[in-house]
Design a protein around this ligand. Structure first.
Ligand code: SF4
Length: 256
């Protein structure tokens, strides 16, 4: 889709608390799933102390995980990839979250020279023109910073859940990435309702865009609200036909 014809997708003003009303439920088995997540996190944190990091997008799942890390005083660093195209609400949440938990997040950004060269050649928003250019943007703004973030670390923690998409249906609690690092997915078995039940119970801050029908939040040019009945990740790269839309951070194991 040429940049000039890209449709504007309106974002409704967030209605505070709407996400709780829409999603939070106390489902059977929640306590067991919570205990499993805590045990998984605790074991990994102590086995990899000083070499383990949570890669957070500040999405709802990641807010649960950071809260568990802080609540259980686990020796885990928390790192955010600031792609340079995040929503202002996401950037504001970082400051709010740091104040809430009394922690300082690592912030990783794209390589400035590589980004300048890419934008000089392809423009500021080439992602709409082809899947290849969109993936190149994700590689530059997300995957490469993630690789630097993980360098020297032996384990990382993600907010992947099996319910998020068909291509994540087999996400295990623990696996190994292509580099052999332990990849921990403590919420693999959680329902979306569990996530919101936890956030509500523990008064954890969250991105107000979740109150505007955006369950999965990425970069601003590539995220839109979803309609009732749409797939959880339908708002990500919605102009692409390919149903296996991923940014590359988790491609090797769950969508390739
Ligand atoms: S999600 Fe969009 S803006 Fe963000 S890195 Fe990928 S293509 Fe670029």
């Amino acid at each position: 889709m040429p940049e000039s014809t890209r449709p504007t997708i309106p974002i409704e003003p967030p209605l505070p608390g709407r996400a709780f009303a829409l999603y939070a439920r106390h489902l059977p088995g929640f306590e067991a799933r919570l205990q499993q997540a805590v045990q998984t996190l605790t074991q990994a944190a102590h086995a990899h102390a000083g070499r383990i990091v949570q890669a957070t997008s500040l999405g709802a799942e990641d807010m649960v995980i950071t809260d568990l890390i802080v609540r259980h005083r686990l020796p885990v660093a928390v790192a955010l990839i600031d792609t340079g195209r995040l929503h202002p609400q996401t950037l504001a949440l970082r400051a709010q979250a740091e104040a809430h938990w009394g922690l300082t997040m690592e912030v990783w950004q794209p390589d400035a020279a590589a980004l300048h060269a890419f934008e000089s050649e392809h423009g500021a928003e080439p992602m709409y023109r082809s899947i290849a250019l969109r993936q190149a943007c994700c590689q530059l703004r997300k995957v490469e910073p993630l690789q630097r973030l993980l360098h020297g670390r032996s384990a990382w923690i993600t907010g992947l859940r099996r319910q998020q998409s068909a291509h994540r249906a087999d996400v295990p609690l623990q696996e190994h990435d292509e580099a052999g690092r332990l990849k921990v997915n403590p919420l693999a078995a959680w329902d979306w309702a569990d996530v919101w039940h936890y956030l509500q119970q523990h008064r954890v801050p969250y991105n107000p865009l979740h109150d505007a029908f955006m369950p999965s939040i990425g970069c601003a040019p590539c995220t839109r609200p979803i309609a009732v009945g749409e797939d959880f990740r339908a708002g990500r790269w919605w102009w692409e036909d390919d149903t296996r839309r991923e940014c590359g951070l988790h491609l090797s194991t769950h969508a390739a």
